[in-house]
Ligand binder design. Structure first.
Ligand code: DGT
Ligand code: CA
Ligand code: CA
Ligand code: ZN
Length: 584
């Protein structure tokens, strides 16, 4: 397979490796430019590269030259590119890890490598401690402190995958297992089913008429780099990107008990087991059994289960409603009434935070509108960046006015979707906004977000965000903390204070659904929901595929007990438009 995304990644890596090996800036830029061009294309390059007239057709694309075209053809044919392999071999493998340290770009990494002999993360840490880094010219104390902090952060994030990385892998596995002869049911369990923001490993469950075939198919599927456990009912493999997947083959009649057990969380399971004991029962992954006072597992002694086939009958036998997986954390899901109507993806109607080619998005107003409508949205707010976000091609006042006009002109031309003119306006470090009030007042929607100064101390961050939340013209605070999962801690405001300010200002707080962000996070959402603060779940789409991130935002919302009445995006269109208008 060679999707445009794969091809773009090849050129991006070429650019990075060229820069690491000291190639001239022109060559480096040429390669990253090809990567951007490829990313933005809608035609399938892999297909084009295998066509008869491949070289000519590829060269005809603006921004792709002869040598790039040849590389694309080579990649489509062999799945590899010789130049890239050569470059990879000339750079110490450990530098890849060093490159992942947030804030370290190829140029700095090259200096560390060439001038201080840093070839791995271990070297880097040693170099910080023994003063080798400090001895480098133009390497300040502050930069070194930042590097140290980033390494620390990277380590605590550990070897977990983002929800958005794990989910497509799991869905592919489920589909693959479903096609194995004899297989009846397939589901993923574990932290993924609970919608946690990061995933340690994947847990798959199947029932089947032919356990041997299911296990064999699982162990021999393409992409397996190591088989860790190869049993008939339990297998465990490692896939190409390093993620581990556990598979359990379970009998049909214990499906519910197994699904419940392997969904966890462990704490939820422990609490359930204690609850069972308190009722003279025993609970394990085979079912809920009467306690016959004997040692050992009840199922092995032939004790008949009270409940095992479905999760709901087990919960019911424990005098509980079925508890949605997202709430299974052993917090208060057993004590408080669990709402039956947590928000779902189907409830979402409006996208209120999105970007077009006017700033750093890939689609025009019309293209984005069509994509949003296709994704099931009926309202779309276009909120390109404000002037301070220069790296994102933020709009000055003039461009914003013209852009808003263009959006209003496009509104009504595409059936089935309302377009709103908005802005994602920067919240400056002091809490002031990037446009004057009279500019904001002409818009339908204002998303105010922090983008710079994300290492601010908590008090300053709280004051900054609260000021924006109280601003009468702000509709939504976008990605309130600015964190990036696994790479940037972001702001650490007093979340209760922010929630109060938002309620006071009639402002909603965003769950940014991008899997790198999930910001607000689940626990913050729960605090907001409990306080009655409105939430808005947005994908922050920069291209069509991003609209599908909504599911991760919804999972995060569900973990925070969010329901339709508390989520702007799920309101009937008229009600939403009225609320936004009142907000002006
Ligand atoms: P992860 O993989 O670290 O993101 O988190 P989980 O929750 O997927 O954990 P994992 O894969 O170790 O195990 C899957 C589920 O199996 C877990 O959520 C609950 C259940 N489980 C695993 N080990 C135990 C245990 O020792 N006791 C109990 N009660 N449940 C367990
Ligand atoms: Ca797991
Ligand atoms: Ca596991
Ligand atoms: Zn945005």
């Amino acid at each position: 397979m060679s999707t445009n995304e794969d091809i773009a990644a090849i050129f991006e890596e070429l650019a990075i490796l060229l820069e690491l090996t000291g190639a001239n800036g022109f060559r480096v830029n040429a390669h990253s430019k090809v990567a951007r061009v490829v990313e933005g294309l809608t035609s399938d390059l892999g297909e084009l590269a295998r066509s008869d007239d491949a070289l000519k057709s590829l060269e005809a694309i603006d921004g792709i030259g002869k040598s790039s075209a040849q590389k694309i053809i080579e990649f489509a044919a062999d799945g590899s590119v010789k130049d890239l392999e050569t470059l990879r071999a000339s750079v110490p493998g450990g530098l890849r890890e060093v490159m992942k340290v947030p804030g370290l770009g190829p140029r700095t990494v090259r200096r560390l490598w060439q001038e201080a002999g840093i070839e791995s993360l271990d070297d880097l840490e040693a170099g910080i401690e023994d003063g080798r880094l400090e001895a480098l010219p133009r390497m300040g104390r502050k930069t070194i402190d930042n590097i140290r902090e980033s390494i620390e952060f990277m380590k605590t994030a550990g070897d977990r995958r983002r929800l958005g990385t794990a989910m497509p892998i799991a869905e592919r596995l489920v589909e693959m297992m479903q096609s194995v002869p004899g297989v009846r049911r397939v589901a993923y369990a574990g932290s993924l089913r609970r919608g946690q923001e990061t995933i340690g490993d994947l847990d798959l469950l199947v029932t089947t008429d032919d356990p041997a075939a299911a296990s064999k198919a699982f162990q021999s599927q393409p992409g397996v780099t190591r088989i860790l456990v190869a049993g008939e009912t339990k297998s465990s493999v490692r896939l190409e990107d390093g993620i581990q997947v556990d598979l359990r083959v379970v009998p049909e009649e214990v499906w519910g008990a197994a699904l419940m057990y392997f969904t966890g969380s462990k704490d939820h399971n422990v609490a359930l087991r204690e609850r069972a004991i308190g009722r003279g029962l025993r609970l394990n992954e085979y079912g809920l059994f009467p306690d016959d006072g004997e040692d050992g597992s009840p199922q092995s002694r032939g004790v008949v289960a009270i409940a095992s086939a479905s999760e709901s009958e087990i919960y019911q036998a424990l005098d509980l409603p079925w508890i949605p997986p997202e709430l299974r954390v052993d917090r208060d899901e057993f004590e408080l009434d669990v709402p039956e109507d947590l928000i779902t993806v189907e409830d979402i109607r409006a996208e209120l935070h999105s970007h077009t080619t006017a700033s750093d998005g890939r689609l025009t107003i019309e293209e984005l509108a069509v994509a949003a409508r296709t994704a099931g949205r009926t309202v779309l707010a276009i909120t390109d960046h404000s002037r301070s976000s220069a790296q994102a091609n933020g709009l000055d006042e003039d461009r914003l006015r013209r852009h808003a006009e263009a959006i209003r002109e496009a509104d009504g031309k595409i059936e089935g979707i309302r377009l709103l003119a908005g802005s994602e306006v920067d919240i400056h470090a002091d809490g002031s906004l990037d446009y004057d009030d009279d500019v904001l007042a002409m818009l339908d929607v204002v998303v105010a977000s922090p983008h710079a100064s994300l290492r601010q101390d908590p008090d300053a961050a709280t004051a900054r965000l609260c000021a924006a939340a109280r601003h009468p013209l702000v509709s939504i605070i976008g990605h309130p903390t600015g964190r990036l999962i696994g790479t940037r801690k972001g702001l650490e405001p007093d979340i209760e204070a922010l929630i109060s300010a938002a309620i006071e200002g009639g402002t909603a707080l965003e769950i940014n659904a991008n899997p790198y962000r999930l910001d607000l996070r689940d626990t913050h959402v729960r605090a907001a929901v409990d306080a009655g603060c409105l939430i808005s779940i947005n994908t922050d789409a920069h291209r069509a595929e991003h609209l599908e991130f909504i599911r991760y935002g919804v999972l995060t919302g569900r973990r925070g007990r969010l329901r339709v009445p508390g989520c702007l995006n799920a309101w009937p269109d008229d009600r939403l438009l009225e609320w936004l208008a009142q907000n002006r």
